[in-house]
Design a protein around this ligand. Structure first.
Ligand code: SAH
Length: 251
């Protein structure tokens, strides 16, 4: 049997935010490859082998998946959210581009998932209703100067910004530095949403202003959304707030 690699986005966490296509592909796989936390989200099945790897070893994990597929296995590579957003799908193609030419004959499929920014936006209202961009704050894979340049450009151009990977034990100061940089460009009243563990039981979603945004409020499962000048808060009758970006931009 020809081997295959299926790269699967598991969604933000809740079972019912995983697509039926992803669930079906997981049930068919002979091998599951991924970071421990994500593999743990796949229900174990008899006859299926689980390969757990360190989170930082993305390329090695991708090569491992391709090697298994070249041996005829049906391999599922799992990521959270959407596998193409700061996740394993790119690592698989990078491994194919630079690896064994036989890997190009494998069946490779990428199944979409609900990315954290979409799950967070839906909780908040509709903050991504107009032009937006996504930036990973991790400087493991790019220089910090590049992160700052992109933040300045995005804020200056009026994009709503979804910040992934805002903080980790190895990167404790980056989110504070990002807020400081954005405060040089955006008004203090700019809306900032901190969305933690969206769709999970521990979910916590807060809307603050850029002036009061506290980096200590974020953890490794936080999506930070920076509003644009057009992004609006609407008070709900129950004391909560909706956040949305209007469909049309001011001239
Ligand atoms: N491929 C994933 C992103 C991986 S990067 C996706 O499409 O969502 C990991 C980052 O995603 C985290 O640091 C956090 O910023 C965000 N994230 C993942 N799950 C989340 C959740 N349930 N709630 C909020 N943010 C989440």
């Amino acid at each position: 049997m020809t081997g295959s690699v299926t790269v699967i986005g598991l969604g933000p966490g809740a079972e019912d935010l995983r697509t039926p296509q992803a669930t079906a592909a997981l049930a068919e796989a002979s091998d599951i490859v991924g970071y421990e936390t994500y593999v743990a989200r796949v229900p174990p099945r008899d006859g299926q082998t689980r390969h757990i790897t360190d989170n930082r070893e993305e390329l090695a994990r991708a090569r491992h998946a391709l090697t298994l597929a070249a041996e005829g296995r049906q391999v599922a590579v799992v990521s959270s959210g959407d596998a193409g957003v700061f996740a394993m799908a790119s690592a698989v193609f990078e491994a194919i581009e630079h690896g064994d030419t036989a890997w190009r004959a494998l069946e490779v499929r990428v199944l979409p998932g609900i990315s954290a920014m979409f799950a967070a936006a839906a909780r908040l209202g509709a903050p991504l209703g107009h032009d937006f961009c996504a930036i990973s704050l991790s400087d493991n894979l790019k220089p910090w100067e590049t992160v700052l340049a992109r933040l300045r450009a995005a804020a200056g151009a009026g994009f709503v910004i979804a910040l992934y990977n805002p903080i980790s034990r190895a990167r404790p100061w980056q989110l504070g530095a990002a807020f400081d940089e954005l405060r040089k460009i955006l008004p203090p009243a700019t809306c900032v949403a901190m969305a933690n563990a969206v769709s999970l039981p521990q979910e916590r979603v807060e809307i603050v202003s850029l002036a009061e945004a506290d980096p200590a409020r974020a953890d490794m499962r936080t999506l930070v959304l920076i509003g644009s000048a057009a992004t609006r808060r609407v008070a709900r009758a129950d004391g909560g707030t909706w956040l949305y970006s209007p469909r049309s931009a001011p001239a």
